[in-house]
Design a protein around this ligand. Sequence first.
Ligand SMILES: Nc1ncnc2c1ncn2[C@@H]1O[C@H](COP(=O)(O)OP(=O)(O)OP(=O)(O)O)[C@@H](O)[C@H]1O
Ligand SMILES: [Mg+2]
Length: 225
Amino acid sequence: MTVHIANLEEAKARVKDLLATHERVILGIVGAPGAGKSTLAQLLAEAFSEGVPGSGDAPKDHFAAWVPMDGYHLADVELRRLNRLQRKGAIDTFDARGYRSLLRRIHEGEDGVIYAPMFERDLEQPLAGAIPVFPWTRFVVTEGNYLLDEADAWKDVRAAMTEVWYVDVDDDLRRERLVERHIRFGKEPEQARKWVMEVDEVNARRIAACRDRADATVSLPPLDL
Ligand SMILES: Nc1ncnc2c1ncn2[C@@H]1O[C@H](COP(=O)(O)OP(=O)(O)OP(=O)(O)O)[C@@H](O)[C@H]1O
Ligand SMILES: [Mg+2]
């Protein structure tokens, strides 16, 4: 892998190039917990929300959509049944086949609106039917932990995506941001640190092992978010 994307401008330029040669671009963003996948996906979806910036074309609604893999988190009720609630975020706590079929439907250009689930951070639960992908949506950005994993149904999701980028970030900074985010969404500081070290880090190692399969690496400078 040789391509490195060093900032948001380079990321947008690469999406623009992909859009010039593909009817629909499905960009995958992968990386360890707290790497900044959702942040980058949101910034890109916003940048292309009304079309290709600077193209001179008339603005179009829903040109871009942000479809998180996190929408395929199993709900707490099911995680409890499986006795996996304490490992939420591990690869087997997602509905991999559900995500695979959504990506395939988007890739194949199924007729009509395709609804994707979102992940509601306050509830920490998936919410069905929250994100519409329209037939004219040309840029779909999807992001999550296991886009390049080769277990079970995960191994098939790569084929539905145009490219997959791996978010590189300093591990200490990433863990720090992750602890902060867990606290912001209601965990006690001690509980947040314990979760990051015992749950998120196990997943981080599995994800890092897939880095070589990415088409590009990407890192963003610190942003004032
Ligand atoms: N470039 C950046 N500059 C400053 N803060 C950032 C940057 N990227 C991400 N963050 C912050 O780091 C935290 C984690 O980012 P984000 O939620 O985008 O990561 P993620 O990879 O989607 O995490 P998860 O795997 O848990 O879904 C957030 O609080 C976000 O605001
Ligand atoms: Mg995220």
